[in-house]
Design a protein around this ligand. Structure first.
Ligand code: KIV
Ligand code: ZN
Length: 514
């Protein structure tokens, strides 16, 4: 067997069988185009006998999508096989995939047939397919709970009738890597004619081992893998295409030249497309395509990544279609990661200021789960403004309001190095606070503008408040940022007052105001 592993994508058939994962024909065609762009070898476009809509979707894909084998699934009955042919016959390279159950539990309770009868059913089905086309896949459903010698017998019969691919499904996700590899080896050694066909594997993820089982089978000689994007599929899903493709590619040292022809940079776009059309969200820690697959938050990891990405990344995010690595800014981020983030955001900040900013950032992470770039920009901008002279500094404040609309506030303000306490009243907490602050600063002013913006999304967003006051004909503005709008307002107001106070002692500055 060669080194090429054929990728048989069944997102549109087994993936679509996930409860709630139904796609309409337009969505299926969009997915089919993406699969073709990505370079899968075979796409199972659907189960034509399932409904007229399914037949129509498979037929449309067969007519439109070129450069890929288009397969239609069929049980072994003539009606299914005829419907599959009707749907795939227009494809550049059509395939019929027919299957029958081979495990004792399925044969006895579901099919109510003896093993001998099942072999005959398989023979007749493959023969019927052969009347239509030459690319025929035969699957022994529930193979991993079937008798191994019976599998060899039914596969040999399928080969005799003309099957070109033999699929070994782990229908209920029951096998283990070592056992599955032994089964593939056993089939290779005991099925007459198997050397002339492709051995395929189709794993489900009920025990979380679908990818491991698939890779073990590849090591044992399987050369077709049946997979779905994001691992969607019946129950716990199917083997994830992206995991198998990247495992083979990333561990070339182990798998040698055994590889697929998939263009891995299309993996993330494909994943996003499937999320959009099925509405199944990908878990953030999902390998390759999860939002956190290339995100580093821990300080030690960020530091390592900045020194050499090989420390914590075994593949690049770009190689699978992500734009870049993400250094997530959270409470576990260290100083090195934080400084690098400042650089990325375009700030050239000295070590001392960076240290102050880092403290403020860590305080914010206690209050806010996701600290965004916008939050960091807000912290920096706020701090840079603090480089200005500050005749007044609010040390503490309290405010409350009642249902009648009245509010009271108390502040402690450092004015020119002396601490003052003051109270104020107003129609709301902000007016009461501003009034209390005014009674300390003594700066008569008119509030020209007061605006609030959310700096980042979410309930714990930082609020940015801009205040504009006019003092003696000059206008001064201030901006404050905090998760609490009232606190941001106090900061903004004091910045504006400080600017007014400084301008009063340096009249040149008052002309331009701020
Ligand atoms: O899981 C399974 O056994 C299947 C077959 C139809 C191949 O999906
Ligand atoms: Zn399946």
């Amino acid at each position: 067997m060669g080194d090429r592993v054929l990728v048989f994508d069944t997102t549109l058939r087994d993936g679509e069988q996930s409860p709630g994962g139904t796609m309409n024909t337009v969505e299926k065609i969009e997915v089919a185009r993406q699969l073709a762009r990505m370079g899968v070898d075979i796409m199972e476009a659907g189960f034509p006998a399932a409904s007229p809509g399914d037949l129509d979707a498979v037929r449309t894909i067969a007519k439109e999508i070129k450069g890929v084998v288009i397969a239609g699934l069929a049980r072994t009955n003539p009606g299914d096989i005829d419907a599959a042919w009707e749907a795939v016959q227009h494809a550049e390279s059509p395939r019929i995939h027919t299957f029958v159950a081979t495990s004792p539990v399925h044969m006895e309770h579901k099919l109510r047939k003896s093993p001998d009868e099942v072999v005959e059913i398989a023979r007749a089905a493959v023969r019927r397919c052969k009347g239509y086309l030459s690319d025929i896949e035969f699957s022994a459903e529930d193979a991993t709970r079937s008798d191994w010698d019976f599998l060899c017998r039914i596969f040999a019969a399928a080969i005799e009738e003309g099957a070109t691919t033999l699929n070994v499904p782990d229908t209920v996700g029951y096998t283990t890597p070592a056992e599955f590899a032994r089964l593939i080896q056993y089939l290779k050694e005991n099925t007459p004619g198997i050397e002339n066909v492709v051995i395929s594997v189709h794993c489900h993820n009920d025990l979380g081992m679908a990818t491991a089982n698939t890779l073990a089978a590849v090591e044992a000689g399987a050369r077709q893998v049946e997979v779905t994007i994001n691992g969607i599929g019946e129950r716990a899903g199917n083997t994830a295409l992206e995991e198998v493709v990247m495992a083979l590619r990333t561990r070339r040292d182990f798998y040698g030249d055994v590889d697929t022809r998939v263009n891995a940079t299309e993996l993330v776009p494909a994943s996003k497309l499937i999320t959009r059309v099925t509405d199944f969200q990908v878990q953030p820690n999902k390998a390759i395509v999860g939002a956190n697959a290339f995100a580093h938050e821990a300080g030690i990891h960020q530091d390592g990544m900045l020194k050499n990405r090989d420390t914590y990344e075994i593949m690049t995010p770009q190689s699978v279609g992500w734009a870049s690595t993400q250094l997530i800014m959270g409470k576990h981020s260290g100083r090195a990661g934080f400084r690098s983030k400042l650089n990325d955001l375009g700030y050239d900040i000295d070590a001392e200021r960076s240290q102050t900013l880092y403290q403020r950032f860590i305080e914010l992470t206690d209050r806010k789960k996701h600290v965004t770039d916008a939050d960091i920009v807000a912290i920096v901008e706020d701090n840079l403004r603090k480089g200005e002279a500050q005749p007044f500094r609010v040390i503490d404040w309290r405010a409350h309001s009642s249902a009648d609309g009245g509010a009271e506030a108390a502040v402690m303000v450092d004015a020119h190095g002396v601490e003052h306490e003051a109270t104020g009243k107003g129609n709301g907490q902000i007016e009461a606070l501003f009034s209390a602050i005014d009674s300390v600063t003594g700066i008569e002013n008119t509030l020209e503008r007061f605006s609030v913006d959310a700096v980042s999304p979410g309930e714990d967003a930082q609020g940015s408040v801009t205040v504009r006051i006019s003092v003696g004909g000059n206008v001064f503005s201030g901006r404050g940022v905090a998760t609490d709008i009232i606190e941001a307002s106090v900061h903004a107001y004091v910045v504006a007052l400080n600017r007014a106070a400084v301008a009063a002692t340096t009249p040149e500055r008052a002309k331009g105001a701020v």
